[in-house]
Design a protein around this ligand. Sequence first.
Ligand code: SF4
Ligand code: SF4
Length: 168
Amino acid sequence: MPLVRRTVTLDGGIVKNPGNYDVPAGTPIADLVEASGGYKGEPGKVIMGGPMMGIAVDRTSASILKINNAILMFDKAEAEIPLESACIRCARCVMSCPMRLMPTALDSASREHDIDSLREYNVMDCIECGCCSFICPAKRYLVQSIRDGKAAFRAALAAEKAKEAARK
Ligand code: SF4
Ligand code: SF4
């Protein structure tokens, strides 16, 4: 039997009836919310997945995927992203990283497009768990920055390979 249904946790301050719902894969998120009782007010942000690793999606067009286990919905105040400030070098991000990386160094390297440092600090080992961003007292956008760094690193690798292939 293929996986055609999914038990999804619908939660967040804006949802009238949070809970676990058994839905067919492909159900539009809007239909799930409507069937559950709707919103309490004006929705601000919808996260597909958990609070640490979930991604923001469009609540009007996104659907439940067979890998989904949670949909989180926040009002505008809850969804507000705090402003980041300068790193105070407290090292909490380093201590929280399950991959033993240096998020603060990766953040700097990503923002400076420093491919050598991204390589040196093993940017591709980041599993994007979000622990470093969560713990950071300066509210640095570490995961987003490291994600950008990974994309830049991948692009640099691809360019290196293309150059090598052209030389042969
Ligand atoms: S937790 Fe935040 S403030 Fe502390 S070292 Fe890491 S990036 Fe800097
Ligand atoms: S997001 Fe990446 S760098 Fe940050 S704690 Fe998780 S694995 Fe470490």
